[in-house]
Design a binder for this molecule. Structure first.
Ligand SMILES: [Zn+2]
Length: 383
């Protein structure tokens, strides 16, 4: 099949005048156009590098302005949701991911529902089955056993499903080390807020208060990334989610360790997190993907809004990204950050494609200005 789009996106850059030959879902060749182009732009489908499908029903429901109050509200609301509601929320969010051009999700899942929704929507993905042992009525062994049951069920439905520590401060030290020690891919919420640094380094702030009030033993005192390294969780195959409060030493350490990062700018802005130093991460050679996180913090499931936010936040930091870099983070680089090597339009790649109603755009900046879920015309499945 010869595709003759108006434009083709190669590593985030909009190129005009090319045609693409695809055989059995594999890109065979790219060359100069030999016929009249059709009015659409062809891009690798989007990769949602960090997702919580199960919180879709909380869209617009939480007013808490800052992270600490917000996470408490989520934890409270979770207890009042039925299994059926969670399953329905996962299905809706998975369908909305497809509708905005996403073909792959890296999903953090606590309760059941996400893997089936990913599968039913025709998405591909990784399920990181969360383990949380902090402030739970059950002991770590029970929590681990229940998460493993859910992971095994998810593994029947998606290609990859791993047991995964939710965050360094929500998992006890022994369980954290055990999970990291499996040597499998991990995705960990790290340095989302300033409260983590004050907790780990200064034994102060709201997290330290919760630990003290509940007599929870601290697993470590010192730099958070040193703790991750000591636990075997700073290595290739690990994704740090958010990494907002990252200083130059943290970035250098993460880059040297070969970890990836998921950047979730809309969620971070909503929860008053520090603006993640993505420019510095890219310059250090870290692979960064773009994550839609959860609708409870990010708002509507919309990769175009996320890309615009990434660009805007970088300008507000006076450490600008280019539109091409942001599109690359939402596609090829995001995929590479999750270990998917060939997520780009090049000969030999079996990459899901999306056709966008963005003919007439001259640059990736134009596409970011004009694009939205309504721009998605068709896409090829990845699963
Ligand atoms: Zn998250």
């Amino acid at each position: 099949m010869i595709l003759r789009p108006y434009g083709v996106v190669l590593r985030g850059r909009l190129e005009l005048g090319l045609e693409v030959e695809v055989v059995d879902g594999v890109v065979v060749s790219i060359g100069p156009q030999t016929g009249m182009p059709d009015p659409y732009v062809l891009s690798p489908a989007f990769v949602n590098a960090h997702s919580h499908l199960e919180y879709r029903g909380m869209l617009g429901l939480i007013d808490e302005p800052e992270y600490v109050g917000w996470i408490r509200a989520i934890t409270r609301m979770k207890t009042s949701q039925t299994v059926e509601e969670v399953v329905a929320d996962c299905i809706l969010a998975a369908e909305e991911n497809v509708a905005c051009g996403v073909a792959f999700v890296a999903e953090h899942s606590d309760r059941p529902g996400a893997a089936a929704a990913i599968n039913a929507a025709g998405l591909d993905g990784i399920v990181f089955q969360e383990v949380i042992t902090f402030m739970e009525a059950d002991g770590p062994a029970e929590r681990l056993a229940r998460s493993e049951e859910r992971r095994a069920a998810a593994a029947e439905l998606v290609d990859q499903a791993y047991l995964n520590p939710h965050a360094p401060h929500t998992v006890d030290g022994a369980t954290f080390g055990q999970l990291a020690g499996y040597g499998k891919p991990l995705s960990i919420h790290v340095a989302e807020t300033v409260h983590e640094r004050t907790f780990w380094e200064d034994d102060a702030g709201p997290l330290a208060e919760v630990y003290r009030a509940n007599s929870i033993p601290r697993p470590y005192r010192g730099r958070l990334l040193d703790y991750l390294a000591a636990q075997g969780a700073l290595r290739p195959g690990v994704q740090l989610v958010h990494f907002c409060d990252a200083d130059p030493a943290d970035i250098a350490q993460a880059a040297a360790a070969g970890v990836g990062v998921a950047h979730c700018p809309r969620s971070n802005e909503r929860l008053q997190c520090p603006r993640a130093p993505v420019r510095e991460m890219l310059d250090a050679g870290i692979l960064v993907g773009l994550g839609l996180d959860s609708a409870a913090s990010s708002g509507p499931v919309d990769m175009f809004a996320e890309m615009r936010a990434a660009l805007e936040v970088s300008f507000r930091r006076s450490q600008p990204l280019t539109a091409e870099e942001v599109w690359d983070m939402a596609t090829t680089m995001g995929a590479r950050s999750l270990g998917l090597a060939d997520w780009e339009i090049k000969p030999g790649s079996k990459v899901p494609l999306v056709a966008l109603d963005l003919a007439g755009c001259l640059t990736t900046d134009d596409m970011l200005d004009r694009g939205g879920p309504e721009s998605v015309l068709w896409q090829t499945a990845s699963g």
